[in-house]
Each structure stands twice: as C-alpha cells, then as structure tokens.
Design a protein around this ligand. Sequence first.
Ligand SMILES: *[C@@H]1O[C@H](CO)[C@@H](O)[C@H](O)[C@H]1NC(C)=O
Ligand SMILES: *[C@@H]1O[C@H](CO)[C@@H](O)[C@H](O)[C@H]1NC(C)=O
Ligand SMILES: *[C@@H]1O[C@H](CO)[C@@H](O)[C@H](O)[C@H]1NC(C)=O
Ligand SMILES: *[C@@H]1O[C@H](CO)[C@@H](O)[C@H](O)[C@H]1NC(C)=O
Ligand SMILES: *[C@@H]1O[C@H](CO)[C@@H](O)[C@H](O)[C@H]1NC(C)=O
Ligand SMILES: *[C@@H]1O[C@H](CO)[C@@H](O)[C@H](O)[C@H]1NC(C)=O
Ligand SMILES: CC(=O)N[C@H]1CO[C@H](CO)[C@@H](O)[C@@H]1O
Length: 479
Amino acid sequence: MPCCCSCMAVMIGIMSTVFLIVSGLSLTMTAAAGHWWEKEVMYQIYPRSFQDANGDGTGDLKGIEQRLPYLKELGVGFVWVSPIMKSPMRDFGPGTRGAHGYDISDFHDIDPLFGSMQVGTGASEVEDFKELVAAAKEAGIKLLMDFVPNHSSNESKWFMESRSSKTNSKRDWYIWHPGVDVNGTKQPPNNWASNFGGGQGSAWTLDPTTQEYYYHAFGEFQPDLNYRNPEVVEAMKEVLRFWLNLGVGGFRIDAVPFLLEDPQLRNEAFNATCAKTKFAYFCMNHTYTQNDPQNHEIIQGWRQTVDEFDDRVMFGEIYAPLDDLMKYYGTPFKPEFNVPFNFQILGQDFGSPNDLRNASVVRNEVASYASALPDWCHGNWVLGNHDNHRLMERLHNDTRLASTVYNFFNLLPGTPVIYQGDEIAMRDLYIPYSLCRDPMCLKNPKTFFVDGRDPERTPMQWTPGWAEPCHMRREIKPT
Ligand SMILES: *[C@@H]1O[C@H](CO)[C@@H](O)[C@H](O)[C@H]1NC(C)=O
Ligand SMILES: *[C@@H]1O[C@H](CO)[C@@H](O)[C@H](O)[C@H]1NC(C)=O
Ligand SMILES: *[C@@H]1O[C@H](CO)[C@@H](O)[C@H](O)[C@H]1NC(C)=O
Ligand SMILES: *[C@@H]1O[C@H](CO)[C@@H](O)[C@H](O)[C@H]1NC(C)=O
Ligand SMILES: *[C@@H]1O[C@H](CO)[C@@H](O)[C@H](O)[C@H]1NC(C)=O
Ligand SMILES: *[C@@H]1O[C@H](CO)[C@@H](O)[C@H](O)[C@H]1NC(C)=O
Ligand SMILES: CC(=O)N[C@H]1CO[C@H](CO)[C@@H](O)[C@@H]1O
C-alpha cells in the first residue's frame, strides 16, 4: 500500500506510540522464539470467495493452489482455510447449498464444492487437498484446517447410526433423552434453548425413529456430539490425526464453550419478563450448557494429540473477556491452545467495530491485551475475519491509514492474522437484504446492514474495478 506524504505526520505520531508500547510489551510478551507460527504471518482464506478455478461460481482448492505464488509474494507463512470438510451446508440461509460448512457430515472428507475439478469422474476431493498441501509446502506455506468439534451434521453416518435404534453402538455418541410426561404429553427434558436463528425454540428435537429427543445447541440439523463418551473423544482425536498425517500445519478450532452440558440436565435460570420481548435463548443464564470446566480437559487432550506430531499448532476461536480468554492457553504443564485468537481490535460485536483511526483506542486495546497475557504465552493480533466488518470499515475507509495499521501490528510481538482482501484494502460491500445469505442478515431485516456478514465475504478483487457479488446472483437464479 503506498503511503503519501500527507499521512507521514500521522504515521510518525503512531510510530512513536508503537515504540513506546513495544518497549513496554517486551516485559510481558515473549519475543518470537523457535516456532514457525510465532514468526510468520497468518492469512485467513474464506474459500468460497477466494479463487474459483473451475468456473462454477464458487472458490475451490485448485483456486487456492493457483494463488500460492501471490501468497508467497505477500510473505504469508501459513494459511487458515475456513471449513472445507464435507457438509450439507445448511447453515448458509434457507434453500441454498451455500458454503459456510459448520455442519460436518464427514470429518474425513473434503466437500465436493471445493474439491475435484471434474465432478463425476471419480477423482477424489481429498486428492485435490493433498495436491494443495504439497504445492503449498513447495512454496514454503503451511495450511491449517478448520475443525468444528461440537456437533456433526444430522446427515453424518455417525448420527444416522445413532438415531437408528436405542441399542445401536453409536447411540451414546449423541445426547438422547426419552423426554418427560407433562399431563399426558411428551415434552423435552428441560428448558434448554437453541442458539440458532436467534435462539428460537427448544434445543431438543424429537426424532421419530426411536421417539426420543436429541440435543442441539445450534440448529436441529447440528446434533451435538456427546463428549462424555470416551469413544467420541477418541474419534475426534482420530480426525485430528487424519489431517495431521496428510501434512496440515495444525488447526483453527471453532468456538469451544459449548462442548459439554450438565449431566443432570438441570434447567437454566430463565427470565420470563425478558422472554416477552426477546428469544428465550437470550433470557437464560447458560450455566448448565456453556463453559463447563471439563471443556478444558477436552482441549488438553486435543493438544496432546497435535503434539504427537512434529511442530504443529492449534489456534482457538473464543470470544470471551480477556481473563477468560487467557485460561485457554492452559498452563505450562497442561497446555491447551498454542494461541487463542485475540479479537480485541475487532470490536466484540458486529454492530460497533472499533474505530481504529483513534490512536488511543488502539493503545488501550494493545495495553490491556499485553497486561493480561501470561509471560510464557505467545500473543496474536487478529486484524479481520469473516465474522466482522472489514479492517477498512474500522478505518472508515481511510486507505492511507491501512498501511500504518499493518506496520504497527507487524512490529508488535505476536502473530499478525490477516483476513483475505484486507491486504489490498478491500471494503465492505453493501449487499441489499434481498440478496443476502448469511443467517445473521436474514433474521435481522431491520439491522441487516450492521449484523449481516455477507459484506465482508465478497469475492477477492483480483482485478481492479467493481467487484460484483456474482456468486450470489448465480445462487439466486440457478441455471
Ligand atoms: C397439568 O394439569 C394440571 C391440572 O389440570 C394443571 O394444574 C397444571 O398446570 C398442568 N401442568 C402443566 C405443566 O401444564
Ligand atoms: C436434517 O435436518 C434438516 C433441517 O431440519 C432436514 O431438512 C433434513 O431432512 C434432515 N436430514 C436428515 C437425514 O434427517
Ligand atoms: C444471571 O446471572 C446474573 C449474574 O449471576 C444475575 O444477575 C441474573 O439475574 C441472572 N439472570 C437470570 C435470568 O437468572
Ligand atoms: C429480567 O428481564 C428484564 C427485562 O429484560 C430486566 O429488566 C430484569 O432486570 C431481568 N431480571 C433479572 C433477574 O435478570
Ligand atoms: C478516542 O478514544 C478515546 C478512548 O476510547 C476516547 O476517550 C476519545 O474520545 C476518542 N477520541 C475521538 C476523537 O473519538
Ligand atoms: C466504506 O466504503 C463502503 C463501500 O464503498 C461503504 O459502503 C461504507 O459506508 C464506507 N464506510 C464508511 C465508514 O465510510
Ligand atoms: C465448539 C463449536 O464447534 N462450536 C460451534 C458449534 O456450532 C455453531 C454453529 O455452527 C458454531 O457457531 C459454534 O462456534
């Protein structure tokens, strides 16, 4: 990004702040030690919108492979690819086979949407993945897989088996309950509410085959895996080993507070007054369904599995206050994530991104993160992602400031995490309600331009000029 003279004053002002902060930080943050993930820049690819190699309107693995020279030139050391495992993708708006992919039907396969270029020839999608890993290795770039552990798709083989009968060997892989009798009608065992689609309705769905309820913290198409069953814990470790054996550098693991629930299935505290105007989910204290202390044991287990392999890494997605966030490093004796993402400079909610033009905003966020970080831990700076308004929006589209912000965070101890397109100062694109696909947009017709996440998921602008959301037009008018 070129920087003109008129912004030099701003730069110098900010740079002197940088040096002040850096000298303060060196006391609390370890400088880059030996690991590649401590020294390199991480780049997030949202594969649907990155590069379409086969012309079907959706980005794919071959597209990523074609763009490796670009990533190399950019100086990227490793890439986190948003979910590409096999998925019916029911979490991307009604009636579309979109591509969000957080409902996985096969943890050992790549979705055909991103895979083989010649659909129907039998070429395997995992082969495309292997080729991508090999080509990336040649370019000196490592790939991180996105791992979504809390549930599977209702179309996964595991769930199909589990639901088939009460005596199936995988019955206990999910959370089943016969329900309770309330004045002669069968009801769910408690008041737990689903987080999905604004939190409407029960987190329990009655499955007709065995007439029992299964639990789902999110959509009914996302049955929760039962992490109290050691077989499930082991099966998920096998998933990690499967991808590690294929040569991935490690994982980015999706938000983890939801892994375990109260075994006694106690009701959550519920505020009925609140529920008159809001969805039930938002009027409960989630004491019994989130942040179970045993979640940390599960994460420790994953870390041990990843550490069976040479120099791999686990990044974790946890939106939490700083003190809680730091617990996800674990301890030196019981380590958890190598790096839990630091979302301090993103703004904590979709509606009010931090105004990064204001140097004191940046200084406060950097200082509070630095003082919370334990001295044996490696920090990081997430500048953007697929869930938040773009960096340029937080800079109020001030292109000149973008390079300053990059320089600033590259100079700080801690791994910079760049979201695709931010490096060329891509802006949020206005997507009208009629075209949006993100559930956060669809369920908020009045505030979709703030809550919706489509604006930051538009196609990478490989050529100058207007970036048309063509992938969306294609979806709306299928040929
Ligand atoms: C069950 O029926 C009794 C008697 O009709 C009634 O008082 C009670 O409120 C009902 N319970 C529920 C949960 O509907
Ligand atoms: C999975 O859930 C979706 C949404 O409720 C439903 O349309 C679909 O039929 C379910 N699939 C199976 C195999 O039950
Ligand atoms: C939830 O917990 C908070 C803090 O403990 C408390 O202030 C609040 O009243 C609780 N809400 C409900 C609905 O019980
Ligand atoms: C219950 O919700 C109402 C309305 O949102 C709120 O004013 C009240 O403080 C809440 N009560 C508790 C105990 O949290
Ligand atoms: C900058 O941020 C600080 C701290 O958040 C705030 O007090 C101040 O008013 C902001 N300045 C401007 C010009 O917005
Ligand atoms: C930034 O640019 C985008 C696209 O041109 C526009 O929609 C948005 O309103 C601008 N944001 C600000 C804060 O100026
Ligand atoms: C722990 C975990 O994977 N949490 C995820 C559960 O599923 C929802 C919906 O896809 C995600 O938003 C959570 O992050």
